[in-house]
Ligand binder design. Structure first.
Ligand SMILES: [Zn+2]
Length: 404
C-alpha cells in the first residue's frame, strides 16, 4: 500500500473511532464499541486475537451545586468521585502543614493554593505515586471530612489543557469531592466558618472493558510488542490522544500481514492509559510477570499526527543495532525526526521492566507539552489531525520492524 492509500485508510479508522464512536472512556458502551471495532479489523486482516476482560467502573454525573445563603458557586464533580448531598461548616486549607493540624471531621474542606498545585496521583496508581500525594490522601482519610471542594489553577504541564483541573480523579478514593476554578475559590474563601450546601450528582457503575491483543503465527524468537491505548479521558473524542495511535496499529496489522517480519509481533490495544486505575496495563503486567525478557522491543504510539510539525520517534534504551536501523530510516524519511525522551506513556511500563522502547508521537506536542491546551479537551478532535502524518508513521514503523 502506498502513502495515499494508507492516508485514506487512516481517515476511515479515525472517522469511526473519533466521530462515529467519539469519547471512549473506560467502562462506557462507546469504549466497548471501539474495542469490538479493532478486534474485527484485526481478524479481517488475518490476526489471531484475544480480548481480555477487565472489571472497571464507569462514572457519570448530572452536575454539582455548591451554595451559601443563596449564593451559587460554580463547581464540577471530580471524575470517579462518589456523589453527595449534604451541608456542613466550611474550612479552608492551603498547605500540608495546615492539613496535618486541621480538625476536619464532619466539615466541608476547601483545598486551595499550594496544596492544589498538582493533581494528586490516584491511590492505587502503580507507575507514578509520590509519597507526598499518598500522605495528603492519608491525612484526608484520617481527618474524615464530609466532602472536599478543590480550587485549582491552569496547569498544562500536568493535566493538558484542562482548567480548572480535578485535583482528584480517583475511583478508589471515597471522600466525595468537587473542583472549581482558583478564582471561584477566592470568592468561596469569604464563606469559611459558615454552613454551606453541596450536592454532587455523581454515580459509580460496575462495568467491563477489554484489552485487545493480536499475534502473528511466528513463535520462535523474542517478540516485538506494538502498543496504543484505545481509551480517552472524559469529554474528548481523543483524536491525537489516541485515535491516531490506534489507527496506526490497525494499518500495521494490514501491512505486516502482507509483508511479515521475521520476529513474532504482538499488537496490543491497552485500555486505561487515561484512567485512574490503568486496568489494562496492570492486567498486562500480571499476564507477563517474569516474562518481560521475552520482549525484544516495545513500540508505543501515542499523540501522533498533530497537523503542525513533524512526527517523532524517541528511542529509549535501545541497543546499537536498532539505533543504526532507526537512524537510516530517519535519514530517508524527512517527515519523521528523532524525538526527545518522554515517559508519560505506556512505553514506561516496558522500560521499567528492562525492555527497550521507541515512543512515537508528534514533535509539536512533545515540545509544547507545558503550554498547549489541547490534550484531554474537546479540541482534540479530527480537525487537528494531519492524516499524512499518520500514514508516514505507519510506513516508518513497518520499515523499521521489517529491517530488524
Ligand atoms: Zn495518550
Amino acid at each position: 500500500m502506498n502513502k495515499k492509500e494508507l492516508t485514506e485508510k487512516a481517515k476511515l479508522h479515525l472517522w469511526v473511532l473519533c466521530f462515529e464512536i467519539g469519547e471512549r472512556r473506560v467502562g462506557s458502551e462507546a469504549n466497548r464499541k471501539a474495542t469490538a471495532y479493532v478486534k474485527k479489523v484485526l481478524e479481517e486482516s488475518g490476526w489471531k486475537t484475544e480480548a481480555t476482560e477487565l472489571s472497571v467502573i464507569d462514572w457519570k454525573t448530572d452536575g454539582a451545586i455548591l451554595t451559601y445563603n443563596g449564593q451559587l458557586f460554580e463547581v464540577f464533580s471530580s471524575p470517579y468521585s462518589l456523589g453527595c448531598s449534604l451541608q456542613g461548616e466550611l474550612i479552608a486549607i492551603h498547605t500540608v502543614d495546615q492539613l496535618k493540624q486541621a480538625d476536619m471531621k464532619d466539615k466541608i474542606v476547601l483545598l486551595y493554593g499550594e496544596i492544589t498545585s498538582q493533581q494528586i496521583a490516584p491511590k492505587n496508581f502503580p507507575f507514578w505515586n509520590p509519597e507526598e500525594h499518598q500522605y495528603i490522601i492519608s491525612l484526608l482519610e484520617r481527618g474524615n471530612p464530609k466532602a472536599l471542594v478543590c480550587a485549582t489553577e491552569r496547569n498544562s504541564a500536568i493535566v493538558g489543557g484542562v482548567y480548572p483541573f480535578p485535583l482528584f480523579e480517583d475511583g478508589d478514593f471515597d471522600i466525595p469531592s468537587v473542583y472549581m476554578k482558583d478564582t471561584e475559590g477566592e470568592k468561596l474563601l469569604a464563606c469559611t466558618g459558615q454552613i454551606v450546601e453541596l450536592e454532587s450528582k455523581a454515580v459509580r457503575i460496575s462495568e467491563t472493558a477489554f484489552n485487545v491483543i493480536a499475534r502473528n503465527n511466528v513463535e520462535t524468537a523474542k517478540r516485538i510488542v506494538i502498543t496504543a491505548h484505545i481509551d480517552t479521558k472524559i469529554g474528548t473524542p481523543g483524536a491525537i490522544d489516541n485515535g491516531t495511535g490506534v489507527s496506526i496499529v490497525l494499518l500495521l496489522a494490514e501491512m505486516l500481514k502482507k509483508q511479515p517480519p521475521k520476529y513474532p509481533i504482538e499488537l496490543v490495544f491497552f485500555n486505561g492509559e487515561d484512567y485512574y486505575g490503568v486496568p489494562g496495563q496492570v492486567k498486562y503486567l500480571k499476564q507477563n510477570a517474569g516474562k518481560f525478557g521475552d520482549i525484544l522491543l516495545n513500540i508505543n504510539i501515542d499523540g501522533v499526527g498533530y497537523r503542525e510539525g513533524l512526527s517523532c520517534f524517541s528511542a529509549l534504551d535501545i541497543p546499537g543495532n536498532m539505533r543504526g536501523i532507526l537512524q537510516e530510516i530517519l535519514l530517508n524519511t524527512p517527515e519523521i525526526v528523532e524525538g526527545l525522551p518522554w515517559y508519560q506513556g505506556d512505553h514506561s511500563m516496558f522500560l521499567q521492566n528492562g525492555c527497550p522502547a521507541i515512543a512515537v508521537s508528534s514533535q509539536w506536542l512533545i515540545e509544547n507539552i507545558e503550554c498547549q491546551d489541547i490534550t484531554h479537551t474537546s479540541k482534540d478532535n479530527l480537525s487537528i489531525v494531519g492524516y499524512e502524518r499518520v500514514a508516514e508513521c505507519a510506513i516508518g514503523i513497518a520499515e523499521f520492524v521489517n529491517r530488524l
